[in-house]
Design a binder for this molecule. Structure first.
Ligand SMILES: [Zn+2]
Ligand SMILES: [Zn+2]
Length: 224
């Protein structure tokens, strides 16, 4: 198996025996990003420009809080909130109720990206999704997907590693299936889809039986 800087994290993730190798990579990336910014990087102007603009999703706000550097988190938040308040003020000044014809046109043009009926709603949708840590992982995730299919196509030992893995969570399974459409030939798809389908079915059934076993073990006789 070709082990270098581009393939090693993915191969290690498949060896980790996690329920989903991509979740394993995601956890490692988010812990690295939180430690990085709250270690000392939050004092760097170029980092703060990014955190000011992107902010954090709920999940990563919670991770920052739990990390323990309250002053670091507060310094990051203070300038992020200043920028957010400036942007909110501009958005509110521009916001006017939409005329119905305009609303229909906007629905058509924005439907692919957001369900919002107003520019203000679209901006709020964008703010809700915007996150420095999520952006960090998304930036490397597509490379992991590329590497996955490169290895799958060319490396027999990786295909064996894949076949012995525990499958994937549903969001990462979706991404693999969507990506496979572009990355694999018809012949390769005929090999890949039955294998990944068997992995998903076997391991989700195993998960269900493990949880049911736990319930049966813990449930009191009167709850049965
Ligand atoms: Zn996953
Ligand atoms: Zn996030």
């Amino acid at each position: 198996m070709k082990k270098d800087i581009s393939t090693l994290p993915l191969i290690e993730a498949f060896h980790a025996d996690d329920e989903c190798p991509f979740c394993y990579l995601e956890r490692a990336a988010e812990q690295h990003a939180i430690s990085f910014i709250l270690g000392s990087a939050y004092m760097e102007d170029y980092i703060r420009e990014k955190t000011d603009e992107e902010g954090f999703c709920r999940h990563h706000f919670k991770m920052m809080y739990d990390y323990g550097n309250r002053l670091g988190s507060a310094i990051i938040l203070s300038t992020h909130l200043k920028k957010l308040n400036e942007q909110l003020e501009q958005q509110l000044q521009r916001h006017t109720p939409q005329k119905s014809g305009l609303l229909k046109r906007m629905k058509r043009t924005q439907a692919a990206q957001t369900q919002a009926k107003t520019p203000l709603g679209a901006w709020l949708d964008q703010k809700e999704c915007s996150c420095y840590v999520c952006s960090h992982f998304n930036g490397i995730y597509n490379r992991y997907l590329d590497t996955f299919f490169d290895l799958y196509r060319k490396d027999e030992s990786f295909r064996t590693l894949f076949s012995n893995s525990k499958g994937f969570c549903l969001p990462h399974f979706r991404d693999l299936i969507e990506c496979a459409e572009d990355k694999l030939s018809e012949t390769e798809k005929n090999d890949f889809y039955p294998k990944v389908s068997a992995l998903m079915l076997n391991h989700l059934k195993r998960l269900q039986s493990e949880v049911s076993w736990f319930v049966e073990k813990k449930r009191l006789p009167q709850q049965r």
